[in-house]
Design a binder for this molecule. Structure first.
Ligand code: MV4
Length: 451
């Protein structure tokens, strides 16, 4: 097992990783920017190294500085968390070149899943269902229009290097194709330095359902059920839950098998997520694979009773699966609300501020993952998430009820937060009935006066 792990991240996830390490008897090294001097990950790690000024490129994205921090502290592994360098193949490569274990997949695997068109081809070849579309990239609008005509409109043009909605264009009919092709290509070129695009049939208001996978270093893979992440705003997830109301035992088995099959098709190790879109007929299709621990991992932990970060670390240290992973039971229902310092009454504009008063909910079935505290100043340089409120109960109805109680108990003064918005969603009859899709928030009417 590792003796010391450097955590190349900040915020709640850095704290979450420190907790897992300390329970495993592993020493921790925090890195931090000057904007995070007073952050909890700096206080709770065994050692902390300042790696630069606030902008990401000068600190949490600066590979040489992070590697240097690993060297001077004599760390033996690097955990990237999520965001920042978590899916950066070069970082995985350089970490390994410098004799650190990278707690994530190897650079080749990160690259093969980072290219969405290539990832789709790989999954298709492995027998995983993919959204109908082009075989690989489309070179010109003529090729695209020919295929779109055969498949039927509407279609989507997507950037190979995209993901999370960037470089994506909806095409309703043929006479819009040329323009959409051009803008998608240019957007992709500007954003990623890669103008490659591919084509897909458009699925009308699907659900986003993802499967958690775990792989050991010998090619064994298990899945740990699904998470429903359909409640999103501009490709930002707001609420996640496990299990999904749209998934029954037979779909879970089929999706789980496909997730495991896809993971085995790439040289995988540690935790990963296979993302699927599910249509009205409950047919599901592979969309992307995330090669990192995700923000929403706690809802899986709550229903399977497994510490995903401890398992991730163990797999990278070369351990095999503990026996119980081959016989997992899903227990009850878990929901997570992301608490962001944003004003939901004002288009969710970020609202960084000093937290003047801070009280968290507690009691049975409540978990809060946060790096915030009373007196903490939310830096303006990073994302606006200040914490995650996670509940667990015996079924979905009770979990929603518990979430309402927990949201009621939260006191956060200083910044505006997404809490009142979550309260409105928890009261919504469509949400309560589990009748929602990715169009849900477009028609959801939020009235801040009521909360
Ligand atoms: C789609 C789609 C419909 N049809 N692809 C959005 C993020 C990116 N990763 C993929 N996305 C979508 N791809 C086809 N062929 C609809 C979406 C989509 C979406 C997907 C998941 C969660 C929320 C979403 C919101 C809008 C659009």
């Amino acid at each position: 097992m590792f003796k010391k792990i450097l955590i190349a991240n900040r915020g709640e996830i850095a704290l979450r990783i420190i907790r897992a390490c300390h329970e495993l008897g592993i020493k921790t090294v925090a890195v931090y920017s000057t904007a995070d001097e007073l952050s909890l990950h700096v206080k709770f790690a065994d050692e902390a190294v300042c790696i630069g000024p606030p902008p990401g490129k000068d600190s949490y994205l600066n590979i040489p500085r992070i590697i240097a921090a690993g060297e001077i502290t004599n760390s033996d592994a690097i955990h990237p968390g999520y965001g920042f360098l978590a899916e950066n193949a070069e970082f995985s490569h350089i970490a390994q070149e410098n004799d650190f274990t990278f707690i994530g997949p190897n650079p080749e695997t990160i690259n093969s899943m980072g290219n969405k068109s290539q990832a789709k081809d790989t999954m298709k070849a492995a027998g995983v269902p993919v959204i109908p579309g082009s075989d690989g990239i489309i070179e010109n609008p003529e090729e695209g229009k020919k295929l779109a005509k055969e498949m039927g409109y509407p279609v989507m043009i997507k950037a190979s290097s995209g993901g999370g909605g960037k470089g994506m264009r909806y095409v309703e009919k043929e006479d819009e194709f040329d323009k959409a092709f051009d803008t998608a290509k240019n957007e992709a070129l500007t954003a990623f330095g890669d103008g490659d695009v591919y084509l897909e049939k458009f699925l009308v208001n699907p659900r986003h359902i993802e499967v958690q996978v775990l792989a050991d270093s010998k090619g064994n893979v298990v899945h740990l059920g699904e998470r429903e992440c359909t409640i999103q705003r501009r490709h930002q997830k707001l609420i996640e839950e496990s299990p999904s109301v749209a998934v029954d035992e037979s779909i879970r088995k089929a999706m789980g098998e496909m997730a495991v099959r896809g993971t085995k098709a790439v040289d995988y190790i540690g935790v990963g997520t296979m993302e699927f879109l599910m249509d009205k007929n409950k047919d599901f299709y592979f969309m992307e694979m995330n090669t990192r621990i995700q923000v929403e991992h706690p809802v899986t932990e709550m229903v399977v009773g497994v510490d995903l970060i401890k398992q991730q670390i163990r797999m990278h240290a070369g351990e095999s699966f503990p026996e119980y992973l081959n016989d997992l039971q899903l227990r009850g229902h878990s929901i997570e609300c992301r608490i962001n310092a944003e004003d939901p009454a004002n288009n969710f504009i970020p609202f960084p501020a000093i937290i003047s008063s801070f009280h968290l909910p507690g009691g049975k079935g409540i978990r809060v993952d946060t790096h915030a505290y009373a007196g903490y100043e939310i830096p303006t340089h990073y994302d606006s998430m200040i914490g995650k409120l996670i509940v667990h109960a015996s079924n979905r109805e009770k979990a929603i009820n518990r979430m309402q109680r927990a949201l009621e108990e939260c006191i956060i003064e200083g910044p505006k937060t997404t809490i009142p918005f979550h309260q409105a969603i928890m009261k919504d009859s469509q949400f309560q009935a589990g009748e929602f899709d990715t169009g849900f928030l477009e028609t959801f009417e939020y009235n801040p006066e009521k909360e």
